[in-house]
Design a protein. Structure first.
Length: 120
C-alpha cells in the first residue's frame, strides 16, 4: 500500500512539474513594483519580489488579478498604448504595429509594476 501511494505521489509530482515547465516556455520578464504613496510613509520591511510575465511574440501571459487594472506601453515618457484590463485576464495581445524596446506598466491604484519589453 505504501509503495502504491509513493508511486501515485511521484507520478502526480512529475506531471505537475512538467506542466509548469511547458507553461512557462516564453521569455520571462520581471516587473518591479513601485508604490507612489507608501502607507507607512517609508519602505516596507518585506522584500519586494518581482512579478514575472511571459512574452510570446506580441502576446503577454500575466497572472490573474482580482481587480481591473490599466496596462500601458511607454516609449521614453510618452504613452504609446493604453488599455483597461478586466479582472481575471491572463493574456494580453499587444499591437503588432509596435516594434522596438518599450517600458510596460501594470497600474493598480497607487502602485504599479514596471519592466522592459522588446517587440520585433
Amino acid at each position: 500500500m505504501k509503495q502504491l501511494l509513493l508511486l501515485v505521489f511521484v507520478v502526480l509530482w512529475v506531471g505537475a512539474y512538467t506542466n509548469q515547465v511547458y507553461a512557462n516556455d516564453g521569455d520571462g520578464i520581471p516587473l518591479e513594483i513601485f508604490d507612489e504613496n507608501p502607507a507607512g510613509g517609508g519602505n516596507t520591511k518585506a522584500p519586494r519580489r518581482p512579478l514575472i510575465v511571459y512574452q510570446y511574440g506580441y502576446e503577454l501571459n500575466i497572472p490573474s488579478f482580482g481587480c481591473d487594472f490599466s496596462f500601458q506601453i511607454l516609449s521614453g515618457r510618452d504613452v504609446v498604448y493604453s488599455e483597461l484590463i478586466p479582472a481575471g485576464t491572463t493574456s494580453l495581445q499587444l499591437p503588432s504595429s509596435l516594434s522596438g524596446s518599450y517600458e510596460i506598466r501594470l497600474l493598480m491604484g497607487t502602485y504599479y509594476f514596471r519592466g522592459c519589453i522588446t517587440l520585433y
